[in-house]
Design a protein around this ligand. Structure first.
Ligand SMILES: [Zn+2]
Length: 65
């Protein structure tokens, strides 16, 4: 089993803002540190980052219609 990272709750709720670079620097640092220790959130981050890129593309095309 994976050990508890020991920094309180997981960061899933912050990942979206983190991907969009919308977090204050201190919070972004906390998320980055958590991601380096928590495989589960790191995997979620990878998925969110990919989705954000896809959404950006879709949004751009939708605006053209
Ligand atoms: Zn986590």
């Amino acid at each position: 089993m994976t050990a508890d990272p020991g920094e309180g709750p997981h960061m899933r709720q912050l990942l979206g803002a983190y991907v969009l670079d919308a977090l204050p620097a201190a919070e972004a640092r906390t998320v980055a540190r958590h991601l380096s220790r928590c495989d589960r959130c790191a995997a979620d981050y990878a998925a969110v980052a990919e989705a954000a890129q896809l959404l950006a593309l879709v949004r751009e095309e939708d605006l053209l219609e």
